[in-house]
Ligand binder design. Sequence first.
Ligand SMILES: Cc1cc2nc3c(=O)[nH]c(=O)nc-3n(C[C@H](O)[C@H](O)[C@H](O)COP(=O)(O)O)c2cc1C
Length: 169
Amino acid sequence: MNLEQAIYQRRSVRRYLADPVPEEAVQKLLEYAMAAPSACNKKPWEFYAVTNPELLGKLKHTHMFTNYNSPMVIIVAGNLKKALPGKQKAFWIQDCSAAVENILLGALELGLGTCWCGLHPNDKAADAVREALGAEEHIVPLGLLHIGYPAETPEARTQFDEKKVHYLK
Ligand SMILES: Cc1cc2nc3c(=O)[nH]c(=O)nc-3n(C[C@H](O)[C@H](O)[C@H](O)COP(=O)(O)O)c2cc1C
């Protein structure tokens, strides 16, 4: 699959096969994630790759829109101790989001489906996930990514909308 195909084929998958995700594939996804750009190259991120069934169950119930049957999730979290100082601290959200998108696109190449479920700034969900992971206060879970072999294939599409484009020639 080339990059153009991956961009259009990346859709949220909400039904998965039970087959586990091979460890080499997880490793690849984490490598893709950490190749993402980040402000001043601070890389203020942490990744939690979860396959433990009990923990998976807990994580998926942390808010009402995350309860899908994927065999694993990756939580992408900001590490506020590694973030930029002052007002620029908030760049951690963009940094982690870039890492998320790399995972979502990279998964396509590996035949995997994904669904990005948002946590921060939903404090209740982010706190519940942090607690379930046993992580410290300076770790802020941004997104819970379901990952697995897809049991559904949403249609590829572009969503291109000329009205959203402002050409300044
Ligand atoms: C920040 C963010 C949070 C999201 N949270 C959820 C969620 O909690 N549950 C869910 O099923 N999908 C979630 N999604 C997926 C969106 O619903 C989905 O991307 C959107 O409807 C477009 O569909 P597509 O991903 O198939 O292109 C989230 C996406 C983003 C970017």
